[in-house]
Design a protein around this ligand. Sequence first.
Ligand code: IMP
Ligand code: MG
Length: 181
Amino acid sequence: MSNPDPRLAGCNVNRIVFAEPTIVQRVKQLGEDITAAYPDGELLVLGLLKGCCIFLSDLVRQILRPLNIDFLVAASYGTDVVSSGEVRLLYDPETSLDGKHVLVVEDIIDSGYTLGVIMQLLAARRPRSLAICALLDKRVATQLHVEPRFVGFHAPNEFLVGYGLDHAEEFRHLPYIASLA
Ligand code: IMP
Ligand code: MG
């Protein structure tokens, strides 16, 4: 980039993949789609921290119906989550899911493994419906663990940062999504 972003503190991102106005427009459309998809019943928007923080905050303001917000924090063990196979919830919502529409909000689906385990845990709590809204879908899954109902963008198979996505906890606050590759 010719004009370096002061948020980057000297680091260089390779290129902007999704610019701020593109994200704003897409999130508005997702909000409209979600509003239309849930004409009745209680809606619980359940964010997976920390990656969902910026996306969820913008998204819920575009969903024009009553809703509640809660969060989940999960940890996967091992460097290879697929072979380690253990997912632990570090924070589990207090809110009951029984009889509610539950919409899980995730930043990016790569293998979808962790999310797949979480969806099984949540399904056992008898929600009225259970669906995923992912900002980004990399679609590189060799084993498809989950199928999101709502997707912001199909993403290239590059390491992406910004708009909640991090690299070693940096870059979450960028208002755009950039590639580090
Ligand atoms: P999965 O369990 O393989 O689907 O991994 C998804 C998680 O890995 C996401 O929630 C992110 O935290 C992280 N992740 C995957 N790809 C990226 C990326 O390109 N940038 C930042 N984080 C990523
Ligand atoms: Mg994440």
